[in-house]
Design a protein around this ligand. Structure first.
Ligand code: ADP
Ligand code: MG
Ligand code: MG
Length: 252
């Protein structure tokens, strides 16, 4: 589904990603872990196409197509979803309205009929139950005045309603309490299926107690220095990132 080869990316002429290779198959959940400043969010942002990042080498293929060639909106319509580390507020735009517009833009793009009001509400209500979100929140402006936990629920609700093909979750590591972690995990686990892939980015191991990934990658200084099974996350928790060379290549 996703094939990243030799990806190099810079911010303000500073190279942050220094040769990332990553292949994620349909149905798989991959976790990327790494110390602060290692480039985790940069990787997510490059995949999503956020402005401010310059890809200087390498490529990202998404279902065989050059993802980097597509505009960010086009990536979203093609089924790529990025759950932002700091979800944006959209003052004045009702959450429901926003979701409906987003869902129907994707459906239209796929040549599917738009959801009518009733079908849409059925889908939203079912998914709101998944993240235990009160229906009152649906009618409020997107994220306006939401607490951190409510924004997190809303982000996962967006993902559940949009049903992405490839979802990237860039987890903020501070301020995620255990309830919010479970919301994220329940959302991901409920949506896991053979046609969908996830890239879950996290600093700490604890999220992976709830989302058991197929593959764990360790990102240090803009490079993946080691990949392995879920047990790698546990080993990291014990050994810390210090066990990995600052300039690529795990020290053994
Ligand atoms: P992580 O998510 O692993 O903590 P980031 O990808 O956020 O790491 O950051 C990697 C490095 O790139 C950091 O040194 C950070 O300061 C820098 N960086 C990332 N995004 C920007 C940006 N938009 N402007 C300036 N520097 C940035
Ligand atoms: Mg950071
Ligand atoms: Mg980050």
């Amino acid at each position: 589904m996703i094939e990243i080869s030799n990806l190099h990316a810079s911010v303000d002429d500073r190279e942050i990603l220094r040769g990332i290779d990553l292949r994620i198959g349909a149905g798989e959940v991959h976790a990327v872990m790494g110390p602060n400043g290692s480039g985790k969010s940069t990787l997510a942002n490059v995949i999503a196409g956020r402005p401010g990042y310059t890809v200087t080498a390498g490529q990202v293929l998404y279902r065989g197509r050059d993802l980097l060639e597509l505009e960010p909106e086009e990536r979203a319509r093609e089924g790529v979803f990025l759950a932002f580390q700091y979800p944006v507020e959209i003052p004045g735009v009702n959450n429901l309205y926003f979701l409906k517009a987003a869902v129907n833009a994707i459906r239209k793009h796929r040549g599917e009929a738009e959801l009518d009001a009733l079908d849409f509400m059925e889908r939203v209500q079912a998914r709101a139950g998944l993240v235990k979100m009160d229906e009152a929140f649906l009618k409020r402006p997107v994220n306006e005045g939401f607490s951190g936990g409510e924004k997190k629920r809303n982000e996962i609700l967006q993902m559940a309603v949009l049903e992405p093909t490839f979802a990237v979750l860039d987890e903020t590591d501070s301020g995620l309490d255990i309830d919010a972690l479970k919301v994220v995990a329940d959302g991901v686990n409920a949506l896991r299926n053979p046609e969908r892939a996830f890239l879950v980015i996290t600093h700490y191991q604890r999220l992976l107690d709830y989302i058991v990934p197929d593959v764990v990658h360790v990102l240090v200084d803009g490079r993946i220095v080691e990949s392995g099974g879920p047990e790698l996350a546990l080993a990291l928790e014990e050994r810390g990132y210090g066990a990995f060379g600052r300039h690529g290549g795990a020290s053994r």
